[in-house]
Design a binder for this molecule. Structure first.
Ligand code: GLC
Length: 445
């Protein structure tokens, strides 16, 4: 019996919660300016000026097989590629737009290359599809649109027809879900209905300057997707709860385990970046340390969730050395510690650990993993474990870990402590990132 009973949804999520770790790939025209994927909005770049990125889009060094090999080596089991991001540019050969990779110097259907390469490495594949579209002429100008502050913004908005745009999205989603075989995940982005804050709102804006499920015609979209690929995992950003909840770029999931409105555990995945932005950002300095990267993975699984970690390839189509190094950090750690991640979830609540220690447990309940995020020197106390240990080892090398009862003469207040059940810490791992102790458990009485 799982310690994390998830509520059942339509999509197939069992493989997903087993696999725990995926790769997000944000690739588009924004890789050329290389200063954030929201650049068109942030700098209010006109269509005309943005065109130079389209004219020069040429990822000549992109080899999707290399991407897939690196994802696999990092321990990732699935990948999600931006088929279209907010700028509206498509990485696939859609018949409903000219704004696509096949019409640039690149001349290739990159979505096709992605699915072929990742499947060949045995990874599951998914598409990110932006609901927002800053290029489509029928997408009404709203509070997040790059044109909203133009002096003639209101005039530019005249005649834009959301219904036509919603139909365009259904047509493209149909292409994506019929031309590329079995797709495991569809990741929409995102809803911001009127009144939910952020951006500049003006009276002339349609739908109060926001957009949500009604404008996306989410009901029709959902029916279409479930008809084309019923098993697919769908995220929640159409604005209607589906299979997957997607807390983004914050440690919010560390405080609160996502739940549905009735308090049930849900299938969730936190999406995170190596350095802050999703698209390739050349001069960004906020690259996370190896320890931060590993901590994020452990903390997600310890709360019953998945982690999807993002790479933003350079405009020439390769992962730069900082991204490669970060992926290698995962690969090196997971090679020895993967057993504490795959097929694992939140541990039974009868165990109690000090701060800086996280627990994961195998779905069948037979193995407990003690993750030492802060290394507690000589001795570690885990309450509730006293009668449950069958055997215990350091996961990385399978060497035995001792346990004993100690009467520690110097307690926190200077006085002798009551007898404590203690795990003896192996000094040899002092300098490794996040060592893990594997406990084979005796069944609960
Ligand atoms: C956000 C951003 C976007 C990114 C996404 C990933 O909603 O708009 O740039 O693609 O999150 O979750």
């Amino acid at each position: 019996m799982s310690t994390y009973p998830r509520i059942k949804t339509i999509g197939e999520t069992d493989w997903f919660v087993h696999d725990r770790f995926g790769m997000f790939i944000h690739f588009g025209l924004y890789a050329l300016p290389a200063r954030h994927e929201w650049i068109k909005e942030r700098e209010k770049i006109s269509e005309e000026k943005y065109q130079k990125y389209f004219d020069h889009f040429n990822p000549d060094l992109m080899d999707a097989r290399d991407w897939a090999r690196q994802a696999k080596a990092a321990g990732m089991k699935y990948a999600v590629l931006t088929a279209k991001h907010h700028e509206g540019f498509c990485l696939f050969d859609s018949q409903y737009t000219d704004y696509k990779s096949t019409n640039t110097p690149c001349g290739r259907d990159l979505v096709r290359e992605f699915v072929d390469a990742f499947r060949a490495e045995g990874l599951k594949v998914g598409f990110y599809y932006s609901l927002i579209d800053w290029h489509h002429p029928d997408f009404p100008i709203d509070r997040k649109h790059p044109r909203r502050l133009d002096p003639d913004a209101e005039a530019q908005d005249k005649g834009r027809d959301m219904k036509k745009y919603a139909e365009y999205m259904r047509n493209q989603v149909t292409e994506l879900l019929t031309n590329y075989g079995k797709i495991d995940i569809l990741w929409f982005d995102f809803s911001y209905p009127a009144g939910t804050g952020g951006g500049d709102v003006f009276d002339w804006m349609q739908y109060g300057g926001g957009k949500g499920p009604e404008q996306w015609e989410a009901d029709k979209m959902l029916a279409l997707i479930r008809k084309l690929q019923p098993h697919i995992i769908l995220n929640d950003r159409l604005g209607i709860p589906q299979d997957l909840v997607t807390p983004e770029q914050s440690n919010y999931n560390l405080f609160k385990i996502p739940q549905d409105e009735n308090g049930n555990y849900v299938t969730w995945e936190t999406c995170q970046t190596f350095s802050g932005s999703w698209g390739y950002f050349r001069d960004e300095e906020s690259w996370k340390t190896p320890k931060m990267l590993i901590d994020m993975l452990i903390r997600s699984v310890a709360r019953g969730g998945n982690l999807i970690m993002n790479v933003g390839p350079t405009s020439r189509g390769y992962f730069d050395s900082r991204a490669e190094d970060a992926l290698k950090v995962y690969g090196d750690w997971i090679k020895y510690n993967g057993r504490s991640i795959y097929g694992c979830t939140m541990a039974e609540d009868s165990f109690e650990v000090p701060p800086g220690v996280e627990l994961t447990q195998s779905e069948d309940g037979t193995r407990l993993y003690i993750h030492l995020l802060d290394f507690p020197f000589h001795r570690l106390v885990v309450k509730g474990l006293e009668d449950r240990i069958d055997y215990m080892q350091l996961l990385s090398d399978g060497s035995e870990i001792y346990q004993y009862e100690t009467r520690y003469p110097h307690g926190p207040d200077g006085a002798p402590m009551d007898p404590q059940f203690t795990i003896f810490m192996p000094g040899s791992v002092f300098h490794t990132v996040d060592p893990v102790i594997e406990v084979f458990l005796k069944p609960k009485n």
